[in-house]
Structures are given as C-alpha cells and as structure tokens.
Design a protein around this ligand. Structure first.
Ligand code: NI
Length: 155
C-alpha cells in the first residue's frame, strides 16, 4: 500500500469523464488500497474518487465514520434518489474551500465491489451525500459547481 498524490483544482483531469473498469483485477485492488491510505492519512477525507489520484476510472470509496466502514464502488450507477438536503461540503481536490450544496437525502446505488461482484445498497444521510459527491467526480463535476453558498475556510 502506498500514498498517492492528490490532484487539485486547476488540473484538467478533474473535469474529464472517468471510464468504466473492464476487469476488477489485482491492479485495481492495489489502486483501491492506495486510495484508502491516501484518504485516511491524517483523517483528512471521508471519500475519494480515482480521478483525484489521477486515474480516470469509475471508482470511488467512502467511509463517513458511521460505523459501516469502508464502501467501495466500481462502475457505480445511481438507481434512485429521494428528498433534498443541504450539506456543507469540502473536497481534498479543492483545498481551503467549503460550501453548501443540495443533495438527495436517500440514494439507491448499484456497483461492483473489490472482487468484481455486483451489489446494490441503500444509503441515507451523510453517506448518501458522500456517495453523490464522489459520483459527481466520475463525470468531472466538483461540489463548487453546485454551490448554493460558499464558506471561506482557513487552512
Ligand atoms: Ni471531492
């Protein structure tokens, strides 16, 4: 396992559409492990998409600290969204900024896990928000595109 460098705003790769993963193999699992290490360093993140470490693949991970542990999503599809909540968000790729974004309260999502097996899950609250934030990264969308209100933070 290893740390990877996080790509930040200004790098065009963050605006590109990530591509489907053809085969979930050991190389993908190594990427997932590196992403987890990178996200967990200094407890700085609750989610990370592969594009944020410079890999344009439709992969993201989330651990919002709700006791359900790390969730891995490969080739995800959001099947259903319900409700609307305002959430305060930031992003490891947008250092020093946070702001309020509207997100669904509930999502149902289908994806492949780290073994390439399909699964479906329901999420609400902070996990649903995190899933939607990370999912947007796969299509080149940043939370700053959706700001209802910007909060300046000091880092
Ligand atoms: Ni982000």
């Amino acid at each position: 396992m290893a740390l990877r460098e996080i790509v930040t705003v200004g790098d065009d790769i963050l605006r590109k559409r990530s591509r489907e993963v053809a085969v979930v193999d050991d190389r993908i699992r190594m990427l997932l492990d590196d992403m987890e290490d990178t996200m967990r360093l200094d407890n700085r993140g609750v989610g990370l998409a592969a594009v944020q470490v410079g890999v344009l693949k439709r992969i993201f991970i989330c651990d919002v600290g709700d006791g359900t542990g790390l969730h891995t999503f490969i080739n995800p599809e959001i099947l259903e969204k319900k409700g609307t909540v305002l959430s305060e968000e930031g992003c490891l790729s947008v250092p020093g900024k946070s702001g309020m974004v509207e997100r669904p309260e509930f999502v149902r999502i289908r994806a492949l896990d780290r073994h390439g097996d399909p699964f479906e899950m329901k999420a609400e609250g902070y996990l649903a928000i995190c899933i939607c934030h990370e999912y947007d990264h796969l299509d080149g969308i940043l939370f700053t595109d959706k700001l209802v209100e910007e909060n300046k933070t000091v880092e």
